[in-house]
Design a protein around this ligand. Structure first.
Ligand code: PRP
Ligand code: MN
Ligand code: MG
Length: 180
């Protein structure tokens, strides 16, 4: 039982479902006359993406990108390495980036700059969670599900050491799991 590692539920399945519906309705209006390319940032955004796209009632194309921050442990370089690039050309496309959480903002800052360089027509960001207090670069999402303050939120795609992505809700991890 992985739920035994959870201190408390921060965002319940019902709250997630309601918010995803809301965001889906908003995005349906936003992209009604377009054929946007939804770029999913692996791996955290997968569960959110899977639920969200079912609530977007207009044509969308999906593609996936896997990136990782790198640099050494003491200096955060802000450099991002592409592990898997898109299969689709984004020149002239209306790009919707789907993320699970924005913390420092470095991952998305890199992607936004990259997509501008590749001549996207427009770039918007939808993120389930936003942690504004973690920001290291100036970056704002266009659509945000929930603001979070808690340090160790996991579940619904979010991991701690690659675990807990498969929890159906967002929870706060017990202290003894990450402090040793
Ligand atoms: C996490 C999260 C975001 C990013 C946010 O991904 O899913 O993509 O970090 O952090 P930032 O705003 O400070 O860049 P991670 O790199 O852990 O990969 P994962 O999605 O595979 O867990
Ligand atoms: Mn991620
Ligand atoms: Mg992660």
């Amino acid at each position: 039982m992985i739920a035994q590692d959870i201190e408390h539920v921060l965002i319940s399945e019902e709250q997630l479902e309601e918010k995803v519906r809301e965001l889906g309705a908003t995005l349906t209006e936003e992209y009604r006359e377009k054929f946007p390319l939804a770029v999913v940032v692996l791996k955290g955004a997968l569960p959110f993406m899977s639920d969200l796209i079912k609530r977007i009632d207009t044509y969308i194309e999906l593609d996936f990108m896997d990136v990782s921050s790198y640099g050494n442990a003491t200096v955060s370089s802000g450099e991002v390495k592409i592990i898997k690039d898109l299969n689709t050309s984004i020149e002239g496309r209306d790009v919707l980036i789907i993320e699970d959480i924005i913390d420092s903002g470095k991952t998305l800052n890199y992607l936004v700059e990259l997509f501008k360089y590749r001549k996207a027509n427009s770039i918007k960001i939808v993120t389930l969670l936003d942690k504004p207090t973690g920001r290291k670069v100036d970056l704002k999402a266009d659509y945000v599900g929930f603001d979070v303050l808690d340090a160790f939120v996991v579940g619904y795609g979010l991991d701690y050491a690659e675990k807990y992505r498969n929890l159906p809700y967002i929870g706060v991890l017990k202290k003894e799991i990450y402090s040793f």
